[in-house]
Design a protein around this ligand. Structure first.
Ligand code: ARG
Length: 261
């Protein structure tokens, strides 16, 4: 008798447990957390995206994206993502957005959709102070460092020749600058904001920068998977809102107080 009682108790509790589980499941579905969109960024590109001492991704793009998400009514999380092949992460659904100081180009527009531009940039050349370089054409027979797959990479390949062994293409902007510090390359071509920030923070390296009229204006955009009109609309809505209410200007001043817009 006792045994039977125990057994039925067991069956009863199992049944209860199952109902509890079932209930919980439907509860999570009802009150489910809003989707968190993953934002890809290659975080060696200070002050736009870089890792702080706690290894968190911080920077101008992070502040902009957080403000945009806030106004656009969605949640985000930054994920460090290699720059070479970065657009594939959208296509494969591994990232929902890319905010990585990405220049809007016609070629890239074939594979992803871009937000309205949110930052104006251009390439710069950085060389040791005693370098003879005065213009882009002077780099013709020099060893030049670039971050792979960037617009700097493209423009240098165009000027020096596609498979010119003098071009050192490296996967991160940090490695590119290390190469210049070590003398492995004689010049680096990269985005102006990054070069100026580097020179400011590393005065003892003794580098200077050169701009050249051959470098066109570039505009950064936030990328979404081609055809993701819904998310793109939210991003553009957020961008417009932060531009209108002064949030964008505040973020800009935080990072670029000493440079004019
Ligand atoms: N603006 C350049 C480009 O779109 C460089 C971007 C590199 N970004 C980065 N986070 N490493 O190609």
């Amino acid at each position: 008798m006792k045994r039977i009682f125990n057994l039925s108790l067991c069956v009863l509790s199992a049944a209860l447990l199952m109902t509890a589980c079932g209930k919980q499941e439907s509860k999570t579905a009802e009150t489910s957390e809003p989707k968190v969109y993953l934002v890809g960024a290659e975080a060696t590109f200070a002050p736009f995206e870089y890792q702080n001492e706690q290894k968190e991704i911080v920077g101008f793009d992070v502040d902009v994206m957080n403000a945009v998400a806030d106004k656009g009514g969605f949640k985000i999380k930054f994920v460090n993502t290699p720059f070479e092949g970065i657009f594939n992460f959208l296509a494969q659904g591994d990232r929902d957005l890319l905010a990585s100081a990405i220049t809007i180009t016609d070629e890239r527009k074939q594979t992803v959709d871009f937000s309205e531009p949110y930052f104006e940039a251009a390439q710069l050349i950085v060389v040791p102070k005693d370098s003879k370089v005065t213009q882009f054409a002077d780099l013709k027979n020099m060893k030049v460092g670039v971050q792979s797959a960037t617009t700097g990479d493209e423009i240098v390949q165009k000027e020096l020749g596609k498979s010119n062994p003098n071009i050192k293409r490296l996967e991160s902007a940090t490695l590119v600058m290390k190469e210049l510090e070590g003398g492995g390359v004689e010049a680096v071509v990269s985005d102006n904001g990054v070069i100026k920030n580097y020179i400011k923070n590393n005065p003892s390296e003794g580098f200077r920068f050169i701009s050249d009229p051959a470098f066109p204006k570039e505009y950064y955009g936030i990328a979404v998977k081609k055809g993701n009109a819904d998310l793109l609309a939210k991003v553009n809505k957020g961008l417009a809102a932060i531009k209108a209410d002064g949030t964008y200007d505040k973020i800009y001043a935080k990072y670029f107080a000493d440079t004019s817009k």
